[in-house]
Design a protein around this ligand. Structure first.
Ligand SMILES: C[S@@+](CC[C@H](N)C(=O)[O-])C[C@H]1O[C@@H](n2cnc3c(N)ncnc32)[C@H](O)[C@@H]1O
Length: 332
């Protein structure tokens, strides 16, 4: 039986973002679906399918372009599921809507950034009262928890909207975990290594002599270091997240680390979209210099990224990367 939303709930809200044009950035992000390292979603799908029954309402928090939602709803076991995707990116949410068009099991809510208050809306502010009254049976957060500036507030929102006995299925590759396979990368930490290798390559080679001068400009390089750490946030320890779950009232059911193979070419394709965040100092980032880098600078940035990746991965075609998976229960 198809999932039954509360009677006054509109899965697709009549809001500007839902009628907007599809955006290139979201489409580019969505190509990760084809990447081997995006197998990181498969254990999350299995965990949810094996623990949740029919008429489950899953909150896909930070559901992005809806990749997890589609993988989950493609499974026959989830026929009676409802999924509410909540995300702070209107562009990603718009693409999620496109991909699940006509699938009445999926609802969408946008978290807006309140400029004057300098904060994102809370879950309470974006999800309808009828859903709060019902409660959700489960929450998924994949590849996103490391991005939450307001971790405690977010955990509190999850705890409050979950029904007693409900489970949050949370995973991210950007968590320091002492249990990880030896030699496995934290995927975003490759960026810092790419940056350092690119500086070495520029120093060593006349081909890049034009870019050598900035390397000794501390202010310029420091400003680009700060920019990089905004695109790719500093990695936190697994204990940091476990403490936050427990502080919000959750019982940690499990914490598991898994490892995936990532193709260097796939990871390059992904990072190349964010070339300004990775190697913005090559040509200068708009936010820092006030002017966009030239086409030539961008070509050089990408070339350096490829060369640096060749160097840090010793010319291999793939690398191992670890992901941490949590299951947290709201006690009955
Ligand atoms: C790397 S994407 C992952 C998307 C999806 N869960 C997946 O696994 O494909 C991270 C998502 O988190 C969202 N996000 C970032 N900060 C957020 C926040 N504070 N609250 C809710 N969503 C957030 C972004 O808009 C983006 O869609």
């Amino acid at each position: 039986m198809n999932f039954k939303w509360p009677s006054d709930f509109k899965p697709v809200p009549e809001e500007g973002w839902a009628a907007a044009q599809l955006e290139e950035l979201a489409r580019k992000y969505d190509t990760v679906e084809e990447h081997g390292w995006y197998d990181n979603l498969n254990p999350s799908v299995e965990e949810i399918i094996s623990n949740q029954g029919q008429q489950t309402l899953l909150l896909d928090y930070s559901g992005g372009t809806g990749i997890l939602t589609r993988r989950l709803l493609a499974r026959p076991e989830s026929e009676g599921f409802g999924v509410l995707i909540v995300d702070s990116s209107p562009k990603f949410l718009r693409l999620a809507l496109e991909k699940s068009k006509g699938d009445g099991r999926v609802g969408y809510r946008l978290i807006r950034y309140l400029k004057e208050e300098k904060r994102l809306q809370s879950l309470r502010e974006v999800v309808d009262e009828s859903i709060w009254e019902r409660g959700v049976d489960a929450i998924a957060s994949t590849n996103a928890i490391h991005l939450y500036y307001e971790l405690d507030g977010t955990m509190k929102g999850w705890f409050d909207i979950l029904r007693p006995g409900g489970v949050a299925y949370v995973q991210s590759g950007n968590i320091r975990n002492p249990e990880a396979e030896e030699g496995a990368w934290i995927i975003d930490e490759t960026v810092e290594h790419i940056h350092r290798a690119a500086m070495d390559i520029v120093r060593e080679s006349d081909e890049f002599s034009e870019y050598q001068k900035v390397l000794s400009d501390k202010d310029y390089m420091g400003a680009h270091d700060s920019l990089r750490s905004k695109y790719f946030l500093p990695v936190r320890h697994v204990n940091h997240y476990q403490t936050a779950f427990e502080a919000a009232g959750f019982r940690l059911k499990s914490s598991v680390v898994r490892t995936f193979d990532a193709l260097v070419t796939d990871w390059y394709d992904f990072l190349a979209v964010y070339h300004e965040g990775v190697l913005g100092w090559v040509g200068g980032a708009t936010k820092i210099t006030g002017a966009p880098a030239t086409e030539t600078d961008i070509v050089i940035r990408k070339k350096l990224m490829r060369m640096a990746m060749e160097r840090i991965f010793d010319g291999k075609s793939s690398f191992r990367a670890s992901w941490t998976y949590f299951q947290c229960e709201k006690p009955s």
